[in-house]
Ligand binder design. Structure first.
Ligand code: GLY
Length: 555
């Protein structure tokens, strides 16, 4: 098929909005695993669009990176349908079971029982990934699930080669995985580890085959759904048939932030990050990028982050259950009020009794742009490493432990050291607050798609990625640059070893620093329209891959 090739300078006349962008000179994608990137390319080259590729990539990631995401989990897909010039957030976040209640994880003394909140089927929310695949195929894609799920079925049947990442994850969660017989496929010595080099997931292959044949609804109704419910209940969980039958994905309006000449399109609640990014950018002020004293700028950045994370804890939760005044919280006036007590010379203290160390999450992200200008930026999760550690017998479905993203006891920190309020308390059917932030940035005739796993650190990584893109950094720089994080509690600035900050001068202002191991796994696609050039980059901290395929006139 002939594709337009020399029209790009037309778009140079326009500013940075979605409306001005048409056909890229090819397609580009980046994901956390080469098998998933390959599967995406396979689908794009077979005539599928970015939405078909998103189904294939997410399905393969669930098989080859079983510790990070999968059919037993959920996530957010930011979608742009080029023909309709329509951008939306597909919310496939898990929901609390209908039998869940505010004090589900409290023990007799009123303390959070972390084992029950994190391990086993009681920790699992109702998964949304299958519903997202169905929605993508029905409303956005061009290919049936029978085609787009095929690569994942192949990997599940033929086996996933072991790699150091997978082995580390298996070792780290071995104690919990060994509690449940069907989870032992992920433990050393299991028969699924054929010749010790590959994990074969026969049950998962059959489950994916069922969805390919009967559609995504087969996850929520019928024999598979009945098995899921019965096995969860048998092992101490509280799922019911109604939970699965009532699960639905939701299309939500993304949050759009206008800052300098950029348009930043990102997640709305129940992810916290979109609101927080708007707050941080407005707290920084539009002149923050113009230069000036480096320490003063880093100090302002840390202070803005501190305030945004405290705001997260105070106000944010599932908008279908609590009132989240997004307009107000993301306004410039509100940001000004948040900075009213900003002291340019001294760190403010985050006042709270509670603090634990933040941890990196074990989520996954991918970015895809197709030759028609459709794009997907998606972050998916089962929460902790290997989620709840519970594989539902006979199905191969590894369940999430996303229930820990609720405030099990408002005021007490979760896995990521995040403290929440009543807005994020557990309630039947409610979605738990998230940090996941698939994002798109339009700026200076370029588009960047980005996102990363990393639990509470997702927000700061995405924010840094955006700031770098706005300064002209290429895709490779976005994924490689050293990172900095502050989440109010604990009241510390975490940095990677190579981060460029003058610690002594910032310590003199009252900041406390800790250098920690590198974190994150960002996947970026950039389309430079003026130059008609595509870039894709995968974070060197992970094992992923990025591909650009140029289409030539005559293709
Ligand atoms: N489970 C991590 C998050 O949603 O932020």
């Amino acid at each position: 098929m002939k594709r337009p090739s020399l029209l790009f300078c037309l778009f140079c006349l326009f500013g940075g909005s979605a409306a001005a962008y048409a056909n890229p000179p090819g397609h580009a994608l980046a994901s956390a695993h080469p098998a998933a990137t390959e599967a995406g390319l396979e689908i794009l080259n077979a005539g599928g669009n970015a939405f078909d590729a998103a189904v294939a990539v997410s399905a393969v990631l669930g098989v080859v990176e079983p510790y990070g995401s999968g059919l037993g989990g959920g996530g957010f897909f930011l979608l742009h349908d080029s023909a309709r010039n329509h951008t939306t957030m597909l919310d496939a976040r898990e929901r609390a079971p209908l039998a869940a209640h505010r004090d589900l994880y409290l023990d007799a003394d009123g303390n959070v029982d972390r084992d029950r909140a994190l391990n086993g089927p009681l920790a699992a929310g109702i998964p949304g990934i299958a519903a997202a695949w169905g929605h993508l195929a029905e409303h956005y894609g061009q290919l049936p699930l029978a085609h787009t799920l095929e690569p994942a079925i192949r990997y599940a049947q033929n086996g996933v080669p072991l790699n150091p990442e997978l082995e580390r994850a298996m070792t780290a969660r071995a104690e919990v995985l060994l509690r449940y017989p069907a989870s032992s496929i992920f433990t050393p010595g299991s028969p699924a580890l054929s010749s010790g080099t590959r994990i074969v997931q026969t049950d998962l292959a059959s489950t994916l085959g069922l969805l390919a044949e009967q559609g995504a609804q087969a996850f929520y109704r019928g024999p598979l759904a009945e098995t899921l419910v019965a096995e969860v209940q048998d092992s101490g969980g509280i799922w019911s048939r109604q939970d699965l039958e009532q699960y639905q994905v939701v299309e939500r309006e993304p949050i759009t932030i206008h800052w300098r000449n950029a348009e930043i399109v990102t997640v709305a609640p129940p992810s916290a990050t979109g609101v927080m990014l708007a707050q941080v950018f407005h707290m920084l002020g539009e002149d923050w990028l113009d230069g000036g004293d480096h320490d003063a700028r880093i100090h302002r950045l840390i202070e803005a982050l501190r305030r945004a994370y405290l705001e997260r804890a105070r106000h944010l939760g599932d908008p279908d259950h609590v009132d989240v005044p997004v307009q107000q919280l993301t306004s410039v006036e509100y940001a000004r009020k948040l900075m009213a007590d900003f002291d340019p010379e001294h760190a403010t203290r985050s006042k709270s009794l509670y603090a634990t160390e933040p941890e990196a999450g074990h989520t996954t992200h991918f970015s895809i742009l197709d030759r028609d200008g459709n794009w997907v930026s998606a972050t998916l999760s089962i929460n902790g490493l290997f989620g709840s550690g519970f594989v539902v017998p006979g199905t191969g479905v590894l369940l999430n432990n996303e229930m820990d993203d609720f405030s099990a006891k408002p005021g007490t920190p979760n896995l990521y050291g995040l403290v929440g309020s009543e807005a994020n308390a557990i309630a039947p059917g409610k979605r738990m607050l998230s940090s996941m932030a698939p994002t798109a940035v339009y700026h200076a005739n370029s588009l960047a798609l980005l996102g990363t796993p990393g639990g509470s650190r997702i927000t700061t990584m995405v924010m840094q990625g955006i700031l770098q893109f706005l300064q002209g950094a290429d895709a490779e720089s976005l994924v490689t640059s050293p990172r900095l994080h502050h989440q109010a509690l604990p009241d510390k600035v975490f940095t990677e070893p190579d981060a460029v900050v003058d610690r002594e001068r910032l310590e003199a202002r009252g900041h406390v620093f800790e250098v920690v191991e590198p974190w994150g796994n960002m996947q970026v696609v950039v389309w430079d329209i003026r130059e008609a050039r595509l870039e894709a980059a995968s974070d060197p901290r992970g094992i992923g891959s990025a591909e650009v395929e140029a289409l030539h006139v005559g293709n």
